[in-house]
Ligand binder design. Structure first.
Ligand code: NAD
Length: 307
Protein backbone atom coordinates (compact mmCIF):
# COMPACT_ATOMS: atom_id res chain seq x y z
CA UNK A 1 0.00 0.00 0.00
CA UNK A 2 1.34 3.42 -0.91
CA UNK A 3 0.97 5.71 2.06
CA UNK A 4 1.97 9.03 0.59
CA UNK A 5 -1.21 10.93 1.37
CA UNK A 6 -0.83 14.33 2.95
CA UNK A 7 -4.42 14.52 4.29
CA UNK A 8 -4.27 11.44 6.47
CA UNK A 9 -6.02 9.18 3.97
CA UNK A 10 -4.35 5.89 3.12
CA UNK A 11 -3.91 6.63 -0.57
CA UNK A 12 -2.89 9.77 -2.37
CA UNK A 13 -4.56 9.00 -5.72
CA UNK A 14 -6.71 6.00 -6.69
CA UNK A 15 -7.97 5.18 -10.18
CA UNK A 16 -11.38 3.60 -10.69
CA UNK A 17 -12.21 2.27 -14.16
CA UNK A 18 -15.81 1.48 -15.06
CA UNK A 19 -16.80 4.31 -12.75
CA UNK A 20 -20.11 4.99 -14.51
CA UNK A 21 -21.22 1.37 -14.17
CA UNK A 22 -23.42 -0.37 -11.64
CA UNK A 23 -20.59 -1.22 -9.21
CA UNK A 24 -18.43 1.78 -10.01
CA UNK A 25 -21.21 4.08 -8.83
CA UNK A 26 -21.32 2.23 -5.49
CA UNK A 27 -17.62 2.84 -4.93
CA UNK A 28 -17.59 6.55 -5.57
CA UNK A 29 -18.50 7.58 -2.02
CA UNK A 30 -16.25 5.13 -0.15
CA UNK A 31 -13.28 5.94 -2.36
CA UNK A 32 -13.49 9.50 -1.12
CA UNK A 33 -12.63 8.19 2.36
CA UNK A 34 -9.68 6.18 1.11
CA UNK A 35 -7.78 8.63 -1.09
CA UNK A 36 -7.08 12.34 -1.35
CA UNK A 37 -7.84 12.24 -5.06
CA UNK A 38 -10.02 9.76 -6.92
CA UNK A 39 -9.62 9.52 -10.67
CA UNK A 40 -12.81 8.23 -12.25
CA UNK A 41 -12.75 6.80 -15.71
CA UNK A 42 -15.26 5.35 -18.14
CA UNK A 43 -16.00 5.27 -21.81
CA UNK A 44 -19.59 6.29 -21.06
CA UNK A 45 -20.18 9.79 -19.67
CA UNK A 46 -19.76 10.38 -15.94
CA UNK A 47 -21.53 12.78 -13.61
CA UNK A 48 -19.79 15.99 -12.64
CA UNK A 49 -16.66 15.66 -10.54
CA UNK A 50 -16.68 16.43 -6.83
CA UNK A 51 -13.80 18.47 -5.42
CA UNK A 52 -11.63 15.44 -4.72
CA UNK A 53 -12.41 13.76 -8.08
CA UNK A 54 -10.80 13.83 -11.50
CA UNK A 55 -12.97 12.68 -14.40
CA UNK A 56 -11.41 11.06 -17.41
CA UNK A 57 -13.36 9.69 -20.37
CA UNK A 58 -11.15 6.96 -21.77
CA UNK A 59 -11.73 3.91 -23.92
CA UNK A 60 -9.73 1.16 -22.27
CA UNK A 61 -8.82 -0.17 -25.70
CA UNK A 62 -6.85 3.01 -26.41
CA UNK A 63 -3.37 2.19 -25.13
CA UNK A 64 -1.99 5.72 -25.24
CA UNK A 65 -5.00 7.17 -23.44
CA UNK A 66 -4.78 4.47 -20.76
CA UNK A 67 -1.07 5.22 -20.34
CA UNK A 68 -1.95 8.84 -19.54
CA UNK A 69 -4.87 7.76 -17.35
CA UNK A 70 -2.68 5.67 -15.05
CA UNK A 71 0.08 8.22 -14.60
CA UNK A 72 0.40 9.35 -11.01
CA UNK A 73 -1.95 6.85 -9.36
CA UNK A 74 -1.02 4.65 -6.41
CA UNK A 75 -3.48 1.81 -7.06
CA UNK A 76 -6.18 0.85 -9.53
CA UNK A 77 -9.64 -0.61 -9.04
CA UNK A 78 -10.28 -2.04 -12.48
CA UNK A 79 -14.01 -2.58 -13.00
CA UNK A 80 -14.22 -1.27 -16.56
CA UNK A 81 -15.13 -3.55 -19.42
CA UNK A 82 -18.03 -5.44 -20.88
CA UNK A 83 -19.83 -7.13 -18.03
CA UNK A 84 -21.91 -9.70 -19.94
CA UNK A 85 -21.30 -12.10 -22.78
CA UNK A 86 -20.91 -10.21 -26.05
CA UNK A 87 -19.49 -10.56 -29.56
CA UNK A 88 -15.85 -11.63 -29.42
CA UNK A 89 -14.54 -8.53 -31.23
CA UNK A 90 -16.09 -6.27 -28.58
CA UNK A 91 -14.77 -8.42 -25.74
CA UNK A 92 -11.29 -8.35 -27.27
CA UNK A 93 -11.23 -4.56 -27.25
CA UNK A 94 -12.73 -3.80 -23.84
CA UNK A 95 -11.77 -6.81 -21.76
CA UNK A 96 -8.62 -8.26 -23.35
CA UNK A 97 -6.85 -5.25 -24.84
CA UNK A 98 -8.31 -2.97 -22.17
CA UNK A 99 -7.04 -5.07 -19.28
CA UNK A 100 -3.65 -5.49 -20.95
CA UNK A 101 -3.45 -1.70 -21.36
CA UNK A 102 -4.18 -1.22 -17.66
CA UNK A 103 -1.44 -3.63 -16.56
CA UNK A 104 1.10 -2.36 -19.02
CA UNK A 105 0.44 1.22 -17.92
CA UNK A 106 0.66 0.10 -14.28
CA UNK A 107 4.05 -1.43 -14.99
CA UNK A 108 5.34 1.63 -16.84
CA UNK A 109 4.14 4.00 -14.10
CA UNK A 110 5.23 1.88 -11.14
CA UNK A 111 1.72 1.16 -9.79
CA UNK A 112 2.01 -1.66 -7.30
CA UNK A 113 -1.57 -2.79 -6.70
CA UNK A 114 -4.62 -3.57 -8.83
CA UNK A 115 -8.01 -4.83 -7.74
CA UNK A 116 -9.37 -6.66 -10.76
CA UNK A 117 -13.08 -7.37 -11.24
CA UNK A 118 -13.03 -10.96 -12.40
CA UNK A 119 -16.22 -12.99 -12.32
CA UNK A 120 -17.78 -16.23 -11.20
CA UNK A 121 -18.13 -16.87 -14.94
CA UNK A 122 -14.42 -17.77 -14.91
CA UNK A 123 -15.31 -20.99 -13.06
CA UNK A 124 -18.99 -21.50 -13.84
CA UNK A 125 -18.62 -24.83 -15.65
CA UNK A 126 -17.70 -26.64 -12.47
CA UNK A 127 -20.70 -28.53 -11.14
CA UNK A 128 -22.23 -26.82 -8.13
CA UNK A 129 -21.93 -30.10 -6.26
CA UNK A 130 -18.27 -29.13 -5.73
CA UNK A 131 -17.35 -26.32 -3.36
CA UNK A 132 -14.63 -24.35 -5.14
CA UNK A 133 -11.70 -22.61 -3.53
CA UNK A 134 -9.12 -20.26 -5.00
CA UNK A 135 -7.15 -23.13 -6.56
CA UNK A 136 -10.04 -24.53 -8.57
CA UNK A 137 -9.03 -24.63 -12.23
CA UNK A 138 -10.59 -22.02 -14.44
CA UNK A 139 -13.64 -23.36 -16.28
CA UNK A 140 -15.22 -20.40 -18.05
CA UNK A 141 -18.78 -20.68 -19.22
CA UNK A 142 -18.72 -18.06 -21.97
CA UNK A 143 -16.37 -15.91 -24.02
CA UNK A 144 -16.99 -13.26 -21.38
CA UNK A 145 -15.78 -15.76 -18.77
CA UNK A 146 -12.73 -16.48 -20.94
CA UNK A 147 -11.83 -12.79 -20.88
CA UNK A 148 -11.97 -12.86 -17.08
CA UNK A 149 -9.67 -15.91 -17.08
CA UNK A 150 -7.35 -13.90 -19.30
CA UNK A 151 -7.37 -11.04 -16.80
CA UNK A 152 -6.59 -13.46 -13.97
CA UNK A 153 -3.67 -14.98 -15.92
CA UNK A 154 -2.41 -11.61 -17.06
CA UNK A 155 -2.39 -10.31 -13.51
CA UNK A 156 -0.58 -13.45 -12.37
CA UNK A 157 2.09 -12.77 -15.00
CA UNK A 158 2.45 -9.13 -13.98
CA UNK A 159 2.85 -10.23 -10.37
CA UNK A 160 5.38 -12.99 -11.04
CA UNK A 161 7.36 -10.96 -13.55
CA UNK A 162 7.01 -7.39 -12.26
CA UNK A 163 5.73 -7.66 -8.68
CA UNK A 164 2.44 -5.85 -9.28
CA UNK A 165 0.02 -7.24 -6.70
CA UNK A 166 -3.56 -8.08 -7.70
CA UNK A 167 -6.65 -9.27 -5.96
CA UNK A 168 -8.92 -10.94 -8.50
CA UNK A 169 -12.52 -10.61 -7.31
CA UNK A 170 -14.62 -13.45 -8.66
CA UNK A 171 -17.78 -11.47 -8.17
CA UNK A 172 -21.02 -13.43 -7.88
CA UNK A 173 -24.12 -11.30 -8.50
CA UNK A 174 -24.06 -7.74 -7.25
CA UNK A 175 -27.05 -5.87 -8.54
CA UNK A 176 -29.90 -3.71 -7.35
CA UNK A 177 -32.27 -6.67 -7.57
CA UNK A 178 -32.01 -10.44 -7.64
CA UNK A 179 -33.06 -11.61 -11.08
CA UNK A 180 -33.40 -15.36 -10.57
CA UNK A 181 -33.20 -18.01 -7.84
CA UNK A 182 -29.56 -18.74 -8.59
CA UNK A 183 -28.70 -15.31 -7.30
CA UNK A 184 -29.80 -16.42 -3.85
CA UNK A 185 -26.54 -18.38 -3.89
CA UNK A 186 -24.32 -15.91 -5.76
CA UNK A 187 -25.66 -12.71 -4.16
CA UNK A 188 -23.09 -10.10 -3.14
CA UNK A 189 -24.62 -7.05 -1.51
CA UNK A 190 -23.26 -3.66 -2.45
CA UNK A 191 -22.11 -3.22 1.14
CA UNK A 192 -20.14 -6.48 1.02
CA UNK A 193 -18.74 -5.59 -2.40
CA UNK A 194 -17.42 -2.29 -1.03
CA UNK A 195 -15.91 -4.11 1.94
CA UNK A 196 -14.24 -6.63 -0.37
CA UNK A 197 -12.64 -3.81 -2.35
CA UNK A 198 -11.60 -2.10 0.88
CA UNK A 199 -9.93 -5.30 2.13
CA UNK A 200 -8.20 -5.72 -1.22
CA UNK A 201 -6.79 -2.20 -1.10
CA UNK A 202 -5.87 -2.12 2.56
CA UNK A 203 -4.36 -5.51 3.35
CA UNK A 204 -0.64 -4.96 3.66
CA UNK A 205 0.49 -7.66 1.22
CA UNK A 206 -1.91 -9.41 -1.16
CA UNK A 207 0.53 -10.97 -3.68
CA UNK A 208 -1.68 -12.51 -6.37
CA UNK A 209 -4.94 -13.56 -4.77
CA UNK A 210 -8.22 -14.94 -5.99
CA UNK A 211 -11.24 -14.29 -3.80
CA UNK A 212 -14.91 -15.06 -4.34
CA UNK A 213 -17.34 -12.22 -4.00
CA UNK A 214 -20.44 -13.56 -2.29
CA UNK A 215 -22.32 -12.47 0.78
CA UNK A 216 -22.91 -14.84 3.70
CA UNK A 217 -25.68 -16.65 1.84
CA UNK A 218 -27.44 -19.75 3.18
CA UNK A 219 -26.16 -21.89 0.27
CA UNK A 220 -22.47 -21.57 -0.56
CA UNK A 221 -20.64 -22.71 -3.67
CA UNK A 222 -17.32 -21.00 -2.89
CA UNK A 223 -14.76 -21.23 -0.12
CA UNK A 224 -12.59 -18.21 0.66
CA UNK A 225 -10.31 -19.88 3.20
CA UNK A 226 -7.22 -19.34 1.04
CA UNK A 227 -7.92 -15.60 0.90
CA UNK A 228 -8.86 -15.31 4.58
CA UNK A 229 -5.85 -13.06 5.22
CA UNK A 230 -7.78 -10.34 3.41
CA UNK A 231 -10.11 -10.23 6.42
CA UNK A 232 -13.24 -10.17 4.28
CA UNK A 233 -16.24 -11.03 6.45
CA UNK A 234 -19.48 -10.47 4.57
CA UNK A 235 -22.22 -8.89 6.67
CA UNK A 236 -25.23 -9.49 4.45
CA UNK A 237 -27.10 -12.57 3.30
CA UNK A 238 -29.57 -13.45 0.60
CA UNK A 239 -31.73 -14.84 3.41
CA UNK A 240 -33.24 -11.35 3.44
CA UNK A 241 -34.86 -12.22 0.10
CA UNK A 242 -36.68 -15.29 1.37
CA UNK A 243 -39.94 -15.59 -0.49
CA UNK A 244 -38.84 -13.31 -3.33
CA UNK A 245 -39.23 -16.15 -5.79
CA UNK A 246 -42.50 -17.08 -4.31
CA UNK A 247 -43.18 -20.06 -6.54
CA UNK A 248 -42.54 -22.92 -4.14
CA UNK A 249 -40.76 -25.11 -6.67
CA UNK A 250 -38.41 -22.32 -7.78
CA UNK A 251 -37.64 -21.59 -4.17
CA UNK A 252 -36.87 -25.21 -3.41
CA UNK A 253 -34.57 -25.43 -6.42
CA UNK A 254 -32.65 -22.32 -5.44
CA UNK A 255 -31.94 -23.96 -2.10
CA UNK A 256 -31.09 -27.27 -3.71
CA UNK A 257 -29.10 -26.30 -6.79
CA UNK A 258 -28.08 -29.92 -7.32
CA UNK A 259 -31.52 -30.60 -8.71
CA UNK A 260 -30.27 -29.74 -12.20
CA UNK A 261 -27.11 -31.76 -12.19
CA UNK A 262 -25.79 -34.76 -14.05
CA UNK A 263 -27.85 -37.84 -13.55
CA UNK A 264 -30.91 -35.94 -12.42
CA UNK A 265 -34.16 -36.30 -14.22
CA UNK A 266 -35.52 -33.17 -15.77
CA UNK A 267 -39.12 -32.25 -15.26
CA UNK A 268 -41.18 -30.35 -17.76
CA UNK A 269 -41.86 -26.68 -17.24
CA UNK A 270 -41.82 -23.33 -18.94
CA UNK A 271 -38.96 -22.66 -21.34
CA UNK A 272 -38.16 -18.98 -21.21
CA UNK A 273 -34.63 -18.94 -19.84
CA UNK A 274 -31.39 -20.59 -21.01
CA UNK A 275 -29.30 -22.70 -18.78
CA UNK A 276 -28.61 -26.41 -19.17
CA UNK A 277 -27.30 -28.79 -21.76
CA UNK A 278 -29.28 -31.98 -21.59
CA UNK A 279 -28.55 -34.94 -23.80
CA UNK A 280 -26.53 -32.58 -25.99
CA UNK A 281 -29.32 -30.07 -26.34
CA UNK A 282 -29.84 -26.78 -24.68
CA UNK A 283 -32.54 -26.74 -22.05
CA UNK A 284 -33.96 -23.88 -20.10
CA UNK A 285 -34.34 -22.67 -16.60
CA UNK A 286 -37.44 -20.59 -16.24
CA UNK A 287 -37.29 -19.71 -12.57
CA UNK A 288 -39.90 -22.42 -12.20
CA UNK A 289 -37.83 -25.44 -13.15
CA UNK A 290 -35.60 -27.08 -15.70
CA UNK A 291 -37.41 -27.58 -18.91
CA UNK A 292 -37.56 -28.01 -22.62
CA UNK A 293 -40.52 -29.10 -24.63
CA UNK A 294 -40.55 -32.88 -24.87
CA UNK A 295 -37.68 -33.21 -22.45
CA UNK A 296 -39.47 -34.49 -19.43
CA UNK A 297 -37.88 -37.65 -18.11
CA UNK A 298 -34.48 -37.15 -19.75
CA UNK A 299 -31.29 -37.07 -17.73
CA UNK A 300 -29.11 -34.01 -17.31
CA UNK A 301 -25.70 -34.69 -18.84
CA UNK A 302 -24.06 -31.34 -18.39
CA UNK A 303 -24.86 -27.98 -16.88
CA UNK A 304 -24.67 -24.57 -18.43
CA UNK A 305 -24.53 -21.65 -16.05
CA UNK A 306 -27.34 -19.36 -15.18
CA UNK A 307 -26.60 -15.77 -16.24
N1 NAD B 1 -22.23 -6.79 -11.00
C1 NAD B 1 -21.93 -8.07 -10.92
O1 NAD B 1 -22.69 -8.87 -10.35
C2 NAD B 1 -20.66 -8.60 -11.51
C3 NAD B 1 -20.44 -9.99 -11.48
C4 NAD B 1 -19.25 -10.49 -11.98
C5 NAD B 1 -18.28 -9.62 -12.50
N2 NAD B 1 -18.55 -8.28 -12.54
C6 NAD B 1 -17.51 -7.40 -13.13
O2 NAD B 1 -17.41 -6.24 -12.35
C7 NAD B 1 -17.19 -5.12 -13.18
C8 NAD B 1 -18.26 -4.06 -12.89
O3 NAD B 1 -19.52 -4.63 -13.06
P1 NAD B 1 -20.82 -3.73 -13.25
O4 NAD B 1 -21.97 -4.52 -12.78
O5 NAD B 1 -20.58 -2.40 -12.66
O6 NAD B 1 -20.87 -3.63 -14.83
P2 NAD B 1 -21.34 -2.39 -15.72
O7 NAD B 1 -21.53 -2.94 -17.10
O8 NAD B 1 -22.48 -1.69 -15.09
O9 NAD B 1 -20.09 -1.41 -15.70
C9 NAD B 1 -18.95 -1.59 -16.52
C10 NAD B 1 -18.53 -0.23 -17.01
O10 NAD B 1 -17.39 -0.39 -17.87
C11 NAD B 1 -17.54 0.53 -18.95
N3 NAD B 1 -16.80 0.05 -20.12
C12 NAD B 1 -17.10 -0.98 -20.94
N4 NAD B 1 -16.20 -1.05 -21.94
C13 NAD B 1 -15.33 -0.04 -21.74
C14 NAD B 1 -14.19 0.43 -22.44
N5 NAD B 1 -13.75 -0.16 -23.56
N6 NAD B 1 -13.52 1.50 -21.95
C15 NAD B 1 -13.94 2.12 -20.82
N7 NAD B 1 -15.02 1.74 -20.11
C16 NAD B 1 -15.70 0.67 -20.58
C17 NAD B 1 -19.04 0.56 -19.22
O11 NAD B 1 -19.38 1.78 -19.88
C18 NAD B 1 -19.62 0.48 -17.82
O12 NAD B 1 -19.85 1.77 -17.28
C19 NAD B 1 -17.21 -5.62 -14.62
O13 NAD B 1 -15.87 -5.82 -15.03
C20 NAD B 1 -17.93 -6.93 -14.51
O14 NAD B 1 -17.51 -7.84 -15.52
C21 NAD B 1 -19.70 -7.76 -12.06
Amino acid sequence: MNQTSTAGKPYRRLLLTGAAGNLGRQLRAPLAQWADVVRLSNVAPLDDAAKHEEISAVDLADGEAVMRLVEGVDAIVHLGGISIDAPFDDLIESNIRGTYNIYEAARRHGVKRVVFASSNHAICFHPVTEVLDADAPQRPDSLYGVTKCFGESLSRYYFDRFGIETVCLRIGSSFEELKNPRMLVTFLSYRDFIELVRCSLFTNRVWHTVVYGASDNPVKWWDNTKASFLGFNPQDSSAQFDGLFSDARADRRSRRPRAAFPGRTVRAGRADGKEALIAGRVAFFSGKGWARQGLSGEKVTRMLPVA
